[in-house]
Write a protein that binds this ligand. Sequence first.
Ligand code: NAP
Length: 334
Amino acid sequence: VLVKRPHGIPQPGDFEVRNASIERPFTAPLVVRNKFLSVDPAQRGYVNDENSYLPPVPLGGVMRAMAIGEVIHSVDPRYAEGDHLFGWFGWQDYCVTDSASVLRKLNPAHGPLTLNLGVLGINGMTAYLALYGIGAPRAGETIVISAAAGALGSVVGQLARQAGCHVVGIAGDDDKCRVATTRYGYHAAVNYKSAVPLPEQLKAACPRGIDMYFDNTGGWILDEVLLLMNRHGRVIGCGTVAIPSWLPQPQGPRQEREILMRRLRMQGFVIFDHQHLFDETAARLAGLIEQGVLLYDEDIEDGLESAPAALAGLYQGNNRGKKIIRLAPGISTS
Ligand SMILES: NC(=O)c1ccc[n+]([C@@H]2O[C@H](COP(=O)([O-])OP(=O)(O)OC[C@H]3O[C@@H](n4cnc5c(N)ncnc54)[C@H](OP(=O)(O)O)[C@@H]3O)[C@@H](O)[C@H]2O)c1
């Protein structure tokens, strides 16, 4: 439950665990027993009173989160007891809800349940739909991807490599850079925290300039990348983790002249505009996993209590792959 309105990155003290019981017989149209909870950078925007695509979680409200749960009661003929669903089920053990909170019914043939929170979930689907839908990568182009070794960036890197691009990642430590190049198909990866300035590293890694930037961070990293973009380059605005707080409005260099002179196109993307494509996109990504050409990593912690710190940890780069909370230790992923 959110008990304090954070300024900037939410911290464990902003949340409390509370107990409540559900009355039987169930009167709600849908009751789900959560198994796995998602931890997403976007949750910062759900608790701060800032411009977001959803209204802020009220104080005293259950933390908004995507989760995977098993149906234990449903009046909707599409969802039967025992089905697994992906939806807006919150950071809680059980969700008493209705069908409007369901994002997808899961296909057991697609492998372990947890995949549907990461590589087959919002992260993988955003990578796929934003890269092809906005970026339209062409063989021989140079693409730069920030948060390169994360749940989303790792998928973009592999897809861009398959499209024939020269793929360069930006990540926050040397180990993540190594994983990006040895596991996720990046041709090169640069550490934005190293002593060597980021522009210098990017110039060396992108000798033909940058045609496309898949921006997962915004902030100063975006400012630097814009100065290296080729004419008619494309920028996909996907995430803003590098901005510590939106209140007050952050100040920075004004880059509109760079956008104009370089004839750049910059477009934002929000995955929830594309829900009609979720089943089809997850199936395509599952196919790539089955063929062995799409790798993923998961970073799973146990227990509801660990969720708030896991969210703060995303903003310190602590995660190695998709951050997931497992609600009962030993619970099977299948
Ligand atoms: N637009 C959409 O519809 C949509 C959907 C899903 C996700 N996203 C966005 O995609 C991005 C990646 O999300 P994800 O869920 O896959 O998380 P993730 O990449 O697995 O984890 C977040 C990563 O962000 C990096 N980071 C944290 N603070 C940073 C800072 N101050 N400066 C630069 N990098 C920082 C860290 O990696 P390093 O250690 O490499 O810094 C961290 O591991 C996020 O911006 C998220 O909001 C957007």
